[in-house]
Structure formats: structure tokens, C-alpha cells
Ligand binder design. Structure first.
Ligand code: SF4
Ligand code: SF4
Length: 292
């Protein structure tokens, strides 16, 4: 079983459109949406949820009003300014659950044992069925952190599913950028596909994301989406990729079929004989050959 992770330096490069089409072409795969902060692969693949579980990224402190004697110790010792004071209320001290970093110090030192310190629910993860095979995806709560931990969790679930059903591929729609969720998405993967676009920021983003992938020594491929919109920038990006030993696996023309597919909530390859669908098919054939 081989795991391919599709990433980009920033959002809006067409990464998810390409990921959905690769999933449709692979036929036997587990699809994973690791863009847990802004998941949107479900909009195209329309998963039917079979299992939903809560995700806890860590513990949070909570004052139990009946046990609090308003001594103010917690307010003094919280180093993250997560505890506020309002003397017009009883108790006068309260914790901002978003600002709380979950260190547990207030709970430990509270003389009245009035601070509960429990796992907080930060999101949910799902195992679903799609027309193209099983899908593991997740939703992180608003302002919730620890997306890297959630990414590792969904990748682990996908691996178990692929092993159980003897599926040869795991195709991961990774998060954009170079932060913790991206690192959690690519660590230990068999191949990474970077999707970029022919702009100055696309060039810059490629440099950043390529540096990150180089560090992990994972075979890396590049696709420039809408490459024909700026052939000079596309050529510059290809040169930079070649210098770094990144194989340009194929580029995709600007094609209105991509927007049409989005409106119809279909993978682009469901609109056959369009330029983008043909190019995406060629990219999958090349990738599948490299992965096998
Ligand atoms: S330390 Fe405990 S008892 Fe004191 S104000 Fe805070 S919660 Fe209340
Ligand atoms: S758990 Fe830590 S961060 Fe949260 S309120 Fe208590 S002392 Fe502050």
C-alpha cells in the first residue's frame, strides 16, 4: 500500500480539485482529507458518514462554581492570561476556554480543588463511504488547535482501513502551507505531489514547501495548475523544481471544465474529453507508475 500526499504552498491552487480526480482515477484507494482547518473535499466526493467520533486535542480547565471560594490563586498563577475576574459575579473568576493552553497549573494549585481539568472536544473525525471508496475526514472546531494531532489520527485510521480492505493506495488531500498540519500529513508518506500555479507567489510558495519536503527526503513531484496563464512564470517554476530534483509530473491547462465540475460537485475527470480531465488522467498514470 502506497500513500500519496497532495500539498500546496497556499490555498486556492486547485489542489483539492486534482486530489478528487486522482481519487476517482485510482478506483481502489482510501481518500483522506487532512485539510482539517478548511476541509472541502467532501463537497466533491459527497461522503456518506458511517462512523463519527469526537476528537480531543488536549485538556482544558473549568472552574466548578459550587467549590470555588474566590481566593484568586488561579488568577494569579495562570501565565496565559486565560483567567479573568469580575467581582460583580459569583464566583468572581472565570476561564476563557479559547485562551486556556491546558497546562493544568491552576487545577493543581487550586486550594479548594474547584478546577476540573478534563479532555475538551475540539472537533470530530469520520469514516465515510464515497462512490470512489472509503474516506476518512475530520472537522476541527472554531479556534481549536492541535490540527497536527488530528491529521495524524485520520492518517492512522486510513492506513488501518487500507490494510483491512487490501487497498493499494491512500490518497491524501493535505493542508496548504508549511505548518504543523502539513508536517503531520507528509511524515512517513511514500510520495508528495506539490500543486502550484504560475505566479510570483506560486514560485515563492514552491520554494518554501519544497524546502520542507526535502527535509523529509520523500520523493516529490510537481504539477503547475493553469500553467498556460503565465508561461514564463511556469517555466521559472519548472527550472526551480528541476534544480531541487523535483520531477514535473505534468501540468494542467486553464480549463472552464474545472469550474463546471465544481458547480456540479463532481471530480473534473467525470467530465471526460476536457483538457483538464485528460491532463489529470495522464498525471495519475505517471504517478501510479512511480508509486508501484
Ligand atoms: S484557585 Fe480555586 S478556589 Fe481559588 S478562585 Fe481559583 S478556582 Fe476558586
Ligand atoms: S490550565 Fe493553565 S492555561 Fe488554562 S486556565 Fe489553568 S493555568 Fe491558565
Amino acid at each position: 500500500m502506497k500513500e500519496l500526499v497532495i500539498i500546496s504552498g497556499k490555498g486556492g491552487t486547485g489542489k483539492t480539485s486534482l486530489a478528487a480526480s486522482l481519487v476517482a482515477l485510482a478506483k481502489k484507494s482510501v481518500v483522506v482529507d487532512c485539510d482539517v482547518d478548511a476541509a472541502d473535499l467532501h463537497l466533491v466526493l459527497e461522503p456518506q458518514i458511517k462512523k463519527a467520533e469526537d476528537f480531543s486535542g488536549g485538556k482544558r480547565a473549568r472552574i466548578m462554581p459550587a467549590s470555588c471560594n474566590d481566593c484568586g490563586k488561579c488568577y494569579e498563577i495562570c501565565r496565559f492570561d486565560a483567567i479573568s475576574k469580575d467581582e460583580s459575579k459569583k464566583p468572581a473568576y472565570f476561564i476563557d476556554s479559547i485562551a486556556c493552553e491546558g497546562c493544568g497549573v491552576c487545577s493543581y494549585f487550586c486550594p479548594g480543588k474547584a478546577i476540573a481539568f478534563e479532555p475538551a472536544i475540539h472537533g470530530q473525525w469520520f469514516i465515510s463511504d464515497t462512490c470512489y471508496g472509503p474516506m476518512v475526514h475530520a472537522r476541527l472546531g472554531i479556534a481549536a488547535e492541535n490540527s497536527g494531532k488530528l491529521v495524524s489520527l485520520v492518517r492512522g485510521q486510513a492506513k488501518m482501513l487500507a490494510e483491512k480492505d487490501d487497498l493499494p493506495f491512500i490518497i491524501v488531500d493535505g493542508p496548504p502551507g508549511i505548518g504543523c498540519p502539513v508536517i503531520a500529513s507528509i511524515t512517513g508518506a511514500d510520495a508528495v505531489l506539490i500543486v502550484t500555479e504560475p505566479t510570483v507567489s506560486g514560485e515563492h510558495d514552491l520554494e518554501r514547501v519544497a524546502e520542507l519536503v526535502e527535509y523529509f527526503k520523500i520523493p516529490t513531484y510537481l504539477c503547475i495548475n493553469k500553467f498556460d496563464l503565465n508561461l514564463e512564470a511556469a517555466r521559472n517554476i519548472e527550472k526551480k523544481a528541476e534544480k531541487r530534483g523535483i520531477n514535473v509530473i505534468g501540468n494542467i491547462h486553464y480549463d472552464r471544465a474545472v469550474t463546471e465540475a465544481q458547480i456540479k460537485r463532481l471530480p473534473v475527470v467525470a467530465l471526460p474529453n476536457t483538457a483538464a480531465a485528460i491532463e489529470m488522467s495522464t498525471i495519475w498514470e505517471s504517478l501510479a507508475g512511480k508509486l508501484n
